[in-house]
Design a protein around this ligand. Structure first.
Ligand code: HEC
Length: 193
């Protein structure tokens, strides 16, 4: 506001500047904008400029959807590198590896227990501790069932959501349960192996 727009108001509040466009007896004070407000204001303008040039003009950064895709691919590549190749021998070896079993059990408790019971004795899904298998009880068959699921029968495919590493760990854990015949298990399903 330039100075000739203001006048001194003398009734009651001496020295307070008010803007000269009173209407219906309402008058505005002519205060300077607070610094915190100005900093936020100019900061937002600066941020907008950096954002626009960075993301849209020079494209020196990935927009969030592209960054998400890139990060997922990096993660997949990293998991593929650390995962042991899926051979029956590797799975059997994993089923004797304490760290892998602990990891597998953790996945089992959080992901599989609702349908197979916490001790794998069976619930909606079959008992995994007996000698009977619907889809085969060989290491590679168990890994395949867990990884790809049995869609029509209500067993989800876990490979995509768990990733290669944890799918193998939980497969190794299931392998370690074979023929342990926990008490009070669900009645056998499938063929004896
Ligand atoms: C939504 C319920 C559900 C969840 C969760 C679930 N399963 Fe299953 N699972 C089933 C059903 C139902 C079957 C039986 C499929 C069939 O009849 O072929 C099954 C079958 C299996 C089999 C094959 C058994 C056989 O006799 O061939 C294995 C192994 C198995 N599940 C492991 C797992 C593991 C490991 C997890 C966790 C990562 C898991 N399941 C989570 C429902 C589930």
């Amino acid at each position: 506001m330039s100075t000739h727009d203001t006048e001194h108001k003398h009734d009651g509040q001496p020295g307070v500047d008010v803007v000269l466009h009173a209407y219906d007896d309402i008058q505005e004070y002519d205060n300077a904008l607070p610094n915190w407000w100005l900093v936020t204001f100019y900061g937002a303008i600066l941020f907008a400029a950096f954002y626009w040039f960075g993301y849209h003009v020079f494209k020196s950064m990935d927009l969030p959807p592209a960054a998400f895709v890139r990060e997922m691919e990096e993660l997949k590549a990293k998991e593929a590198k650390t995962a042991v190749p899926v051979t029956p021998e590797a799975l059997v070896a994993l089923s004797k590896d304490k760290a892998a079993l602990a990891k597998g059990q953790e996945v089992f408790t959080t992901t599989c227990a609702p349908c197979h019971n916490a001790n794998a004795s069976g619930n909606i899904g079959p008992n995994l501790t007996d000698e009977f298998w619907i889809n085969g009880g060989k290491p590679e068959q168990i890994h395949k069932t867990i990884s790809e699921g049995v869609g029509a029968k209500g067993m989800p495919a876990w490979g995509p959501s768990l990733g290669a590493d944890r799918t193998q760990a939980v497969s190794a854990f299931v392998l370690s349960l074979r023929n342990t015949n926990v008490a009070g298990g669900k009645a056998p399903q499938g063929t004896k192996e």
